[in-house]
Ligand binder design. Structure first.
Ligand code: FES
Length: 330
């Protein structure tokens, strides 16, 4: 039995037996293809053949032939390894990206320079994101990334926006959100997230609004009834910079083994550790190889914590943070 490799849009692959329809094999492998009739009539699954040969309704189509830009993959069988190009196809675990207008439902203050914006997705469209992913706010011709601060459970999206005096772009964003009734967003984005329950303890280390994706991931762990230890280390300069102080206590109730630690770098307070947040995490770390780490914060903070963890013996591939993808080190 001959099996060929199908490459989709130049990146993801799946196996397809010679007697198997390409879409059928892709769907078995977890890909989501646009389809409707599944018998070659509606053209919904039409795509290009970049390399290789396929058999479609008893006709052989070679890449480069006139018909190779309009292959119907619901009725096409591979005759060789193939590269295909199809729009709106998603690989296993990948979610479709949407750009749409959200209603701005509510803006509320969380502390002296952080506000929470609640957006509502349009009705009638199923939009999904994984906990820990981010979106782009499309404002005034620019795209601004913001972590989504809640796990996907309905139409509401929660954003935490720090808009201190030192951040004029964030102040402009807040001015728009306060004056407009809708805003354009593109989502989801990011590859550092929690969808299924990890098979090891999870530790979160975050600062400032780096708490937002962490909150979403912890909510997901609660929904998954995660049984392994979860540790949260949340850093700030002073007590004023912390927000949503009741959540760690709530998560202690909801998770089997949750502990939250806050660390203040610029002041002493009996309820908080003093020092940098990753120092508090390292002090608690007895088995460096064990936990899965998620970091949340600015690029300098995230890379500094990454270095400190690796120096302490944590394997680099146990450490995840969006920053590593959108602000890589040279
Ligand atoms: S799904 Fe209708 S032509 Fe392929």
């Amino acid at each position: 039995m001959t099996t060929f490799t199908i490459t989709v849009n130049g990146k993801d692959t799946f196996p397809c037996r010679a007697e198997q329809k390409i879409i059928e094999a892709g769907q078995q492998a977890g890909f989501s293809f646009p389809t409707a009739c599944r018998n070659g009539n509606c053209l919904r699954c039409e795509g290009g053949l970049t390399s290789g040969h396929v058999l479609q309704k008893n006709h052989t189509i070679h890449a480069g032939d006139a018909g190779s830009t309009q292959v119907l993959y619901c009725v096409a069988y591979p005759l060789s390894d193939c590269e295909i190009s199809v729009t709106d196809v998603t690989a296993p675990g990948e979610l479709p990206v949407h750009t749409l207008n959200c209603q701005i439902v509510r803006i509320e203050s969380l502390n002296h320079d952080v506000s929470r914006a609640w957006l509502q997705l349009p009705a009638g469209k199923r939009i999904h994101w994984h906990a820990g992913q981010y979106l782009m706010l499309n404002l005034h011709g620019e795209c601004y990334p913001f972590s989504i601060a809640n796990a996907c459970q309905g139409r509401q999206i929660e954003l935490h926006i720090r808009h201190g005096d030192d951040n004029s772009a964030a102040q402009d964003i807040m001015a728009s959100l306060n004056s407009d009734s809708t805003v354009s967003v593109t989502l989801p984005a990011g590859i550092r997230f929690i969808d299924q329950a990890p098979d090891q303890p999870v530790w979160f280390i975050c600062g400032s609004t780096g708490f937002a994706p962490v909150k979403a991931m912890i909510e997901r762990l609660v929904a998954l009834d995660f049984q392994q230890p979860v540790r949260l280390f949340w850093g700030a300069r002073t007590t004023q910079d912390l927000y949503l102080p009741d959540l760690p206590g709530q998560w202690t109730e909801e998770l089997k083994d949750f502990e939250g630690t806050t660390a203040l770098s610029d002041m002493q307070h009996p309820d908080h550790q003093q020092g940098l947040v990753h120092e508090a995490a390292l002090a608690a770390l007895s088995e460096p190889h064990l936990p899965l780490f998620f970091l949340g914060g600015s690029p300098p903070m995230a890379w500094a914590v990454f270095d400190a963890l690796v120096e302490e013996g944590v394997p680099a591939n146990n450490i995840h943070c969006d920053v590593f993808d959108y602000a890589p080190r040279d």
